[in-house]
Design a protein around this ligand. Structure first.
Ligand SMILES: Nc1ncnc2c1ncn2[C@@H]1O[C@H](COP(=O)(O)OP(=O)(O)OP(=O)(O)O)[C@@H](O)[C@H]1O
Ligand SMILES: [Mg+2]
Length: 281
């Protein structure tokens, strides 16, 4: 089943003539981990806002967990969609509401009037899933960027969304913080069956996604596996995308007489190939 379906969805910001998203059609499977790539201004965040029903398509449809967002707006169901598709943004400081971790995570459920016992259960789940229990009583301001971003994810999880959208959520983090957040994201998808959509500029985040989507000038330029994407040199260039670091290195090795072969995307794959080569020599 699809968690999200765009069908010829077009969106113009109020007052603009040209659409920012132009007849966009694609679908995302429930429980999958997708990355959305594309250069600045290609329409990634706008697409995320359409999924979260913060904005509605001018033409075409966006269906989220079986609900058409335009129809949901007519029937007052937008809140349901917003609850089921949680967003995590770039700057953890802008998403923080309370100064203590636990209060920050509890804000969402309290705000929607959830019963006390249920809140306790949700918080336990959110803190456990993001590995932030040990900071429960800590000041958010004293945490590292990666830890703060995990608290922000916990706040989203406390509303038990079926979909989590990360809009450049790792871009302000150092490599360690980025890894922490990505580990949490993978766990959400693998162990809790949450559909994850990761909008990112880091190609290394795309290598083990189930599916990669590339936007170019508000249109879908590619949908397929990361392996298929990173084999398309011309498309990557046209869309302003780079190769993942291991793939870049593999390319240079191939060009310089170390035949590691095609299709390498991750450090693990490259290491394995190099070990194989060393053994045969
Ligand atoms: N609130 C707005 N009003 C008018 N135009 C907007 C608004 N937000 C975005 N745009 C325009 O829509 C286009 C797509 O923007 P969007 O933020 O969706 O791109 P993006 O792919 O997320 O870019 P980035 O990588 O920089 O985050 C851009 O040309 C942008 O200037
Ligand atoms: Mg954006």
């Amino acid at each position: 089943m699809n968690a999200i379906e765009f069908t010829n969805a077009t969106y113009r910001y109020p007052g603009d003539d040209a659409p920012v998203l132009n007849s966009l059609s694609f679908s995302i499977r429930q429980g999958s981990f997708s990355v959305v790539l594309g250069r600045n201004g290609s329409g990634k965040s706008t697409a995320a806002k359409l999924i979260n029903a913060l904005i509605l398509p001018n033409e075409g449809n966006v269906v989220v967990l079986g609900k058409d967002t335009v129809r949901a707006a007519d029937g007052d169901l937008l809140f349901e969609i917003r609850k089921s598709a949680g967003m995590v943004f770039q700057n953890p400081d802008n998403q923080q509401i309370a100064s203590i971790v636990e209060d920050d995570v509890v804000f969402g459920p309290e705000n929607v009037g959830m019963p006390r016992e249920e809140i306790a259960e949700r918080i336990a789940f959110a803190l456990e899933a993001t590995g932030t229990e040990q900071f429960r009583h800590a000041q958010v301001s004293r945490l590292s960027g990666g830890q703060k971003q995990r608290v922000a994810i916990a706040g989203v999880l406390a509303l038990r969304p079926e979909i989590v959208i990360l809009d450049e959520s790792t871009s302000m983090l150092d490599p360690k913080g980025r890894r922490e957040v990505l580990d949490v994201i993978r766990k959400l998808q693998k162990e809790h069956g949450i559909t994850v959509i990761d909008i990112t500029h880091y190609m290394d985040e795309a290598t083990d996604a189930d599916e990669a989507f590339v936007l170019r000038n508000g249109e879908l330029a590619f949908a397929g596996t990361p392996k298929e994407l990173f084999a398309r040199t011309d498309l990557l260039r046209a869309c302003g995308l780079e190769l993942p670091r291991a793939a870049e290195l593999a390319k240079k090795l191939n060009e310089n007489g170390v035949p590691v072969g095609d299709g390498i995307l991750t450090t693990e794959e490259l290491t394995e190939k190099l070990c194989e080569l060393l053994q045969t020599d």
